[in-house]
Design a protein around this ligand. Structure first.
Ligand code: BGC
Length: 436
């Protein structure tokens, strides 16, 4: 006999991790870091960035372009020293044509078109003839041989633009800027958004040595004390979203097999904003198909890929009312005008289980990094985090902090998490200033 409590119990057992499981994952993560940095086979790419942390003396006005998904953010940033900065101008736009009939992130579009479109938006904002050093945040796995060059290894987050993989995005972008007459805009540094987040926080807080994004995508970078490339300190972009020594469930395999890159970005598919909505939806759909909830109906939203999103997960978790009125309203808008309280509780519980696992897995990787850089937790560390999940999912930041504190039971004060808003964009200005 199928019943809701039993199925929720099974789901919880498969998803929610014990402290020992979290520590085991942290250990595996630490091992993968060590292998990756030594050039041995590892799910962690451990990409050199050719950057170290700022001194706080970096100053000046910089243009930054932040591209890590379907929206691009342009900032004009003034760095004033020691963590102080001012955003002079900002413009955010989607990567679709003005008439919304052309998507620059689809397979149909190519790299030249994509970067010419971005350059055009810059030219609408910045008068021709202006001179600005440009910090470019490009948040996809890219190999760098120097700080102002980055070869895209592979698109993630379901972006599909043709002809960019394997190419130096800096070159394509610089050419597009020239094409639009922006001769005075020179790309000084290409960075990952995790690196931007670390740099922004480190600009004002000397304890920052880990930067992470918990948003549409997921990834973490850290300050490696001795990079094998230079023998000196260097920020390493781990591309930790690709970590894969993880307790995959049947639901995870289902999602993975239907994604653009099956078998890759396993951690990202278990934790990040692009996927937690889809994962939650699929579990809900399974409950519907088992006849546990919404008996006899088949609410379309739970049967359409990628329509139910992380924002909807947020709405479910936000609802603190006894009768869960927000969820009832949400269901109503989705065409389900009548629902039982038990059904609404089930939806909220499923969402909360998926989010709990996301937090636990992210915490496990942070613990792995801390163990790698400071095995006895002798130093203080700030983990700078940006991204919509961390900022907006109710309880995400609080539970992440609590999980970290539990894991570092003997020395809980040694590692703090810190929201670093707009870190990915501002950090590109810090990076450009660092390489002056
Ligand atoms: C990308 C990373 C990026 C992360 C967060 C992942 O999909 O591979 O480079 O840092 O998303 O945006």
């Amino acid at each position: 006999m199928q019943d809701i409590p039993n199925n929720i119990r099974k789901l919880r057992a498969a998803f929610v991790l014990s402290e020992d499981q979290i520590k085991d994952i942290a250990g595996e993560f630490q091992k993968s870091m060590a292998h990756g940095i030594q050039g041995k086979e590892s799910p962690l790419k451990m990409l050199p960035t050719f950057l170290t942390i700022p001194t706080g003396e970096e100053r000046g006005i910089y243009l930054t372009v932040d591209f890590g998904g379907t929206n691009v953010r342009i900032l004009l940033v003034e760095l004033k020293g020691h963590g102080d900065y001012h955003i002079l101008d900002r413009y955010v736009f989607p990567l679709t044509s003005a008439r919304k009939d052309y998507d620059f992130t689809s397979e149909k579009a190519n790299g030249t078109e994509l970067f010419e479109f971005i350059a055009e938006q810059i030219s609408n904002l910045i008068p021709t003839g202006s001179d600005y050093p440009l910090g470019f945040t490009f948040s996809f796995p890219s190999r760098q041989n120097k700080v102002d060059q980055a070869t895209l290894i592979k698109w993630t987050k379901e972006i599909k633009t043709s002809g960019v993989q394997g190419r130096d995005v800096s070159q394509i972008f610089q050419k597009a800027l020239l094409q639009k007459g922006l001769n005075g805009i020179k790309i000084r540094a290409v960075i990952n958004d995790t690196v931007g987040t670390l740099l922004t926080a480190a600009y004002g807080d000397k304890y920052t040595d880990i930067g992470s994004i918990c948003g549409t995508g997921h990834n973490t970078c850290y300050l490696e004390p001795r990079s094998p490339v230079t023998g000196e300190q260097m920020i390493i972009n781990m591309e930790s979203g690709n970590f894969n020594v993880l307790p995959f469930t049947g639901y995870d395999s289902w999602l993975d097999q239907r994604s653009e890159i099956p078998g890759e970005q396993c951690l990202e598919k278990m934790v990040s904003g692009k996927y937690i909505g889809e994962l939650t939806r699929f579990i809900i759909r399974d409950f519907i198909e088992k006849g546990l909830i919404f008996k006899g109906s088949c609410p379309e939203i739970f049967f359409s890929p990628y329509v139910y999103k992380a924002e909807d997960v947020s709405t479910f978790l936000e609802d603190k009312g006894e009768d869960l009125p927000l969820i009832a309203e949400w269901l109503n808008t989705a065409g389900i005008s009548e629902s039982l309280l038990e059904e609404r509780v089930t939806l909220k519980t499923i969402a909360s289980i998926v989010v709990t696992r996301s937090i636990q897995l992210v915490a496990a990787t942070y613990l792995g990094v801390l163990q790698h850089i400071d095995p006895h937790f002798n130093e203080k560390h700030t983990i700078a985090i940006d991204g919509s999940l961390y900022e907006h999912i109710p309880g995400y930041a609080t539970m992440l902090r609590a999980t970290m504190n539990n894991l570092l039971r003997d020395k809980p004060g040694q590692a703090g998490t810190k929201l670093t808003k707009e870190g990915s964009g501002v950090g590109a200005a810090v990076a450009a200033a660092l390489v002056q």
